[in-house]
Each structure stands twice: as C-alpha cells, then as structure tokens.
Design a protein around this ligand. Sequence first.
Ligand SMILES: Nc1ncnc2c1ncn2[C@@H]1O[C@H](COP(=O)(O)OP(=O)(O)OP(=O)(O)O)[C@@H](O)[C@H]1O
Length: 487
Amino acid sequence: MSGKVTKHSKSNNTEISSLAAKIKAKALENQKKLKEDEAINSSDEEKGIIVKNNAAEEDAGNDETFESFTELNLVPELIQACKNLNYEKPTPIQSKSIPPALNGKDIIGLAQTGSGKTAAFAIPILNSLWHDQLPYYACILSPTRELAQQIKETFDSLGSLMGVRTVCIVGGMNMMDQARDLMRKPHIIIATPGRLMDHLENTRGFSLRKLRYLVMDEADRLLDMEFGPVLDRILKILPTEGRTTYLFSATMTSKIDKLQRASLTNPVKCAVSNKYQTVDTLVQTLMVVPGGLKNTFLIYLLNEFHGKTFIIFTRTKANAERIAGLANLLEFNATALHGDLNQNQRTGALDLFKAGKRSILVATDVAARGLDIPSVDIVINYDIPVDSKSYIHRVGRTARAGRSGKSISLVSQYDLELILRIEEVLGKKLPKESVDKDIILSLRDSVDKANGEVVMELNRRSKEKAARGKGRRGRMQSKENMDREER
Ligand SMILES: Nc1ncnc2c1ncn2[C@@H]1O[C@H](COP(=O)(O)OP(=O)(O)OP(=O)(O)O)[C@@H](O)[C@H]1O
C-alpha cells in the first residue's frame, strides 16, 4: 500500500489535480532555475543548498593515518576486496580502530555517521577469520532489520574473495528458513536481538558457545532500555573467555554500567569525533512553522527542491503513512517505511527508494540509524525527534562518505525546547531556511483539503482492517514481540 491514496470526491479531485498541475509547473520552473544557478555559481551556501567541505575530523590524540589498506598488513584477499569496492585508503575511524583490533583488542568505536564504521569492524574480523575458518565465528547485533541486511552485504562484498558464509537473522522472516541457514554453519551471523534469542532458545544444534567476535553496531541504542532485557539474556549465554567485543556508534552511552554489561576487556576507545558531531559536508537548517501549517510547509519544500531525493522522518507510524499518502496524492513520488508494515512491504519500500523508483521515503526512526543510501540529498524532520541522538542519526542519512547533503527541521511552537536542546549538543544555532510566504498562502487550502482526503481514506482502511482482524487478534503475537526493534 505504501501510502497510495486513490479514493477521493469528484469536486476535491478537480481542485487537487489543478494544485498538482500548479506544483508541477512550479517545480519545472525551479528545476530550470536550479540548473542555471549551478552553472553560474558553484558556491551554494547562501541558498542553503549544499556545501562541500572535505575536512576530515580527527581528534588530537590520533596517532597515525594510513594511506592505503596495504599498510595495515591485511591478507591480500581483503586488500583486493577494498580495491574492488573503490576504497582507496582507510577512513579516519578505520585508521584508528583497525590496528588495535588486529592486535586482538576490544574496541569502542565512535565516529560520525557515514564515516565507514561497518568496514572498520568487518575488516579485522574477516582478516582473523581468514587464518582460522570456523563456523559461528562472529555475531553482529543490529537494532533494525534493514541495517542488519546492509551489514550482511558489506561482509559479503569485503569477504567475496575469501568464501565467507554469512547469514542475516532478523524478525519478520520465516524461522524455519533461518534455522536451515544456521545449520549450514555460516561464519558470520548478523542479527536483530529478539530473533537471535529466539533461535538460541529454539533451534536445535545452534549455539554460540565458541563465538570469537561480538559486535554491537549502534551500540548505544542496543544498550538502551528497549533492547535491555533481551540483550542481557543473549549476553548471559555468550562466552566471555576468548571472545573479542566491539561496540560502534556515532553516538555513545557514557554510562559505564551499561558498557560493562557488554563485558568488554580493557577496551581501546577509538574516537574520531566528539560525542555528538555531524559532518562538515552537511548543511543543517530549520523552518519555524506556524500552527496548522506543517503540511503546507512540507509540500512547499518538496516543491522547492523538486528533483532531489528525500527522507522525511515522522515520530509516528500513522504520520509516516499519512505524509506518504499526501505526497502521492499531490503527485510527488513517495513510499512509507515503518514498523506497521510487514517485512516484505518494508523491504519493498526500501528497494523502491534505493532503486530511484521513489524519490521520497517517509519513515519513522526505524530508518534513522545506519542506513547507507548514497543518493539521499535532503533529510526533513517533519516531527522533531525527542532525543538529540536521534537527530544526529536521522540527519546522518545524507552527506555520507564525504558527499554533501542538507537537512531541514520543521519546528512548531511545541518543539522549541527540543530544538534548543539539539542546538546545544550540536554546539551551534541552526540557521533559518528562507520561505516564500505567498507560495505558502497559495498552497494552504489545497494542501489542507488533500490532507483531509488522505485522513479519511486511511481511517476507512483502518476500520476495514480492524473488521477483518476481529477474532484473529492475539495470534502470532509472542514471537514477533521478541524482536523489539520497532518504535
Ligand atoms: N575506506 C573507504 N573509502 C571509501 N568509502 C568507504 C570506505 N569505507 C567505507 N566506505 C563507504 O562509506 C559509506 C558509509 O559507510 P558506513 O555505512 O559503514 O558508515 P557508518 O559510519 O556506519 O554510518 P552510520 O553511523 O550512519 O551507521 C558506505 O557506502 C561505505 O561503502
């Protein structure tokens, strides 16, 4: 369904089509203007489009940088795989964490979004696996299913010349198929905590007693309340002797007791950024939105930046579905991603967006962490996240791996405190995005009407769904609930 809304009244239909036509005409005009501007002037900071600044962050204590992967003394198969992926040299977090990791140390890795943390933990694990090819060698925990799949793909490509066997064990997929995959004795398991626990308890012949590496990606999220109980159960089962542990994130918990739960042994802290830092290639702005005009401002932005690729973050699943519906009704090209969709729908939505068949992904925080989609130009916070860490991760979906990007946060009167807190951790004020009030006024009525249509349609669908679901409630609940990755 992906937020497509098809049913609306005839009179509104005409108005909406004429609005869509207006928006399209304006978009074409804008696109032409943008191209002209780009040709005339490559410095776009004032227009708030994109600024390039390749300065890499390194903290004062950084000892050594490496100009090539060969200098790291990796096995030739890994050096070649890095070449195949066009990784010319290690990123700062890779330079900092790979050497101690190769020496067998536990690592706490902290570096900005999009700075290559996945390869920073995958490379030392694969290097070690090459010398010691054992099943169930490493387990990588991820807070979301989509991120787990992406980590698997990184291991597959980096290990492509080594015959590495990987498996992704996440909620929403068939348990039996996964059990079969586990019986094939993969080297690397990438999992969401709930589903991994399920297999540890129920899949015969599967055990992680000989596990050599445990990685917690987005570690602060895994160590927070939501995942706490299931993570503690997993950690109780895993061996501590002979196990190396890595924690990686762009934001980290400073609460020592939380880190201790992960049973780290004399970890080396490899920090490339301060606790909450965004990359220099990201331009962050905000728009102060008067009451009741949020949808209009959003449509205004989609129009102004027509031709760009967006991720729009909402706080609730219902908002994600509604905004995707609204954008589609106004003939933008959106798909929704949130935890109320089944896994096929989630994968489908992400694939459409990645393949460029949709230019707008409307998502809850299920997409805030880790997802690496190089083509994302603009992140819009339709709802301001309640914690500053989420803000850092959300805006980090753009401006990845040295690329440029932009984020715009829609700030209502109720969000002022939240945005002040975010500005405080960022250590800077966010500049205001300019807005053409006349266009906002001209869009307002039609956007409100279109939004009304979408709300009605979604209500109708949810009543239909509730009627269909009666009597079936409660079934299939317990297993899915173990996968506590949804918000
Ligand atoms: N040495 C390298 N040279 C060039 N590109 C690299 C290198 N290492 C990783 N990359 C690329 O950088 C991008 C971002 O990497 P990755 O997804 O691991 O970032 P991250 O630090 O984990 O971000 P997040 O905090 O958002 O999860 C990926 O597309 C990856 O292929």
